[in-house]
Design a protein around this ligand. Sequence first.
Ligand SMILES: [Fe+2]
Length: 273
Amino acid sequence: MIEYSPTPKAELSAYEKAAEEGIDPRCIPQHLIEIPPVGEEIPYPIYSNVDQESWQILFNRQMELLPGRAGEAFLEGVQTLQLKNSQIPALRKLSNILEKTTNWKIARIPGLLHERDFFQLLAERTFPSTDYIRGRHEIDYTPAPDLFHDIFGHMPMLTQPAFADFYQMFGKAALNASGAHRPMLERIHWFTVEFGLIKQAEGERIFGAGILSSKNEVIHALSNEVTKIPFDIETVTHQDYDVWHLQDVLFVLDSFEQLVDAFTGWTKKNGLL
Ligand SMILES: [Fe+2]
């Protein structure tokens, strides 16, 4: 019989140390240790029936809530990407569709990324996505992004040309940022990519992935409990937020072109691009 001795602590990865200390290791950002597979290189994982059912539950639940709440661009993106309740989509296929639509690609990454790795991929017009799905016991809330958040929450918006350009620009600017510009960029990301609202003829609609992939945020975001402020990039860069609770302040864009213009001006003024 072979006996294995435990790995000395100094040799443990940040993930393993976190697991030993009782922190959910999915919440610890990781450096990429190798180039992640992109597009055609991404294999389709073996998902259990429970995993496939989890996707179905999450997909059906959100799609029922989204008419009249999600923005037009997002709902069109769901169609363009051919997202369906029947099966967890293959990242390879989504990458292929995105490449034809807005020239973005998907990279398969193991979990929450260290910010520089994340920004680098965005700057290359490549969206880092996980391919594991939350457990059934955490179906309503998962502390770290899983494939439902990454695919359903983020990817539809990458089919919108102006938003797709903004997100690449964001990656490039973030790579150049230091000091006070970093929290400012985090706030821009938070109040657009994750929690953004947009004005449409029928009223305010949601496009942020953090809202669209969460049942509670979707119901809450357009309610009277939230203060909605017209988007102004200077105001956004000074607006604090709380990661762990439902959001009580959100910003409303007039259009995605407004976002591109405001971000172009702000990055130029601050010497980031
Ligand atoms: Fe996200």
